[in-house]
Write a protein that binds this ligand. Sequence first.
Ligand SMILES: *Cc1c(COP(=O)(O)O)cnc(C)c1O
Length: 382
Amino acid sequence: MNSIFTGIQMVDLKSQYKKIKTEVDQEILDTIESAAFINGPKVKQFKEHMERYLNVASVVPCANGTDALQIAMMALGLQPGDEIIVPAFTYVATAEVIALLQLKPVMIDVDPDHFNINIEQVEQALTPKTKAIVPVHLFGQSVDMTPLLEFAKAHNLYIIEDNAQSIGADVQLSTGTQKAGTIGHIGCTSFYPAKNLGAFGDGGAIFTNDAELAEKITAIANHGQAKQRYYHDMIGVNSRLDALQAVVLNIKLKHLDDYAAARNKAAQFYDNTLKDIEQIQTPKRVSWSNHVFHQYTLKVPANHRDSLKQFLQKQGVPSMIYYPVPLYKQKAFQPFVDSNITLPVTEKLCDTVISLPMHTELQEEQLNYISEQIHTYFDKNE
Ligand SMILES: *Cc1c(COP(=O)(O)O)cnc(C)c1O
């Protein structure tokens, strides 16, 4: 039996598309007819809808989430050698852009329960060269931003939120509730198809409430061109969101909260059916953020993790390991990190996490089947 047989997918983008197909197809055809492919009205509309949804002053659409992070760091005027604090348990892009800009990624550990950085870990990494912190809102839940904001303010540090995985999450601050990605100086997101708000290709966006930064970010994303065409004030990049992607995102944005609800329903189902398996820890929920379940990630004993994955694969249940290697152990980062770095929580997580199928179209019988298979595995391997 394989996943073709069961029809269970890690992310089911086809079924999601079918539900919005009529609207999407018509608007894509209209846009092709209009031939406004770059920075046309569709991109402007999406920018405005996103600003309203997030309650943020400026959204600058760009080509992908990695570019969003790079442009954010370029806009802050960081200098080669400046230290940027990042978690070691994240997707490579978060730290890659730091190295690319000749900044120094200072990798820190994460919390074993919610997988995100917390203030103690950040405090230990502070040096006179520290200029910014990149909190990553991993798997759908935000970093505890209130103490982080206080710390950043006290030490004059920038906060660049990597919100590629938690778009739409609500974060409780001492000042009220705000959307993840709109809290630091700059927030970044990705519209990669498998993200919670996914395009039909690559896409990304940068968020800020600072008007001056917004202007700079807009210019950098368009070859450093500020106002007048063919006059370039700074070195920038070419990073734009295609109009056709903006069409898709505009339509999906209307459903984003329903998508999060569907993901939460699936997560709840997993929670209820898996909670009595002693060897498993289901995802913890934090008090300061809701969860939009980009991933549903279990912790299992290290000696069972890979064999569970193989067993599930044989039963037609896909699963993924996010992430198998701490970033500081990746070959590419060897020139950028201290050779003696070890972060025990990150290392343990890399050996014990396993993410189950999570998307907006999971059917109850599929969820039932998945948890039955996990039960079968642990019944046989107590
Ligand atoms: C997906 C992702 C990115 C990069 O986004 P792309 O659009 O793929 O470039 C950055 N950070 C995190 C945490 C991500 O999950």
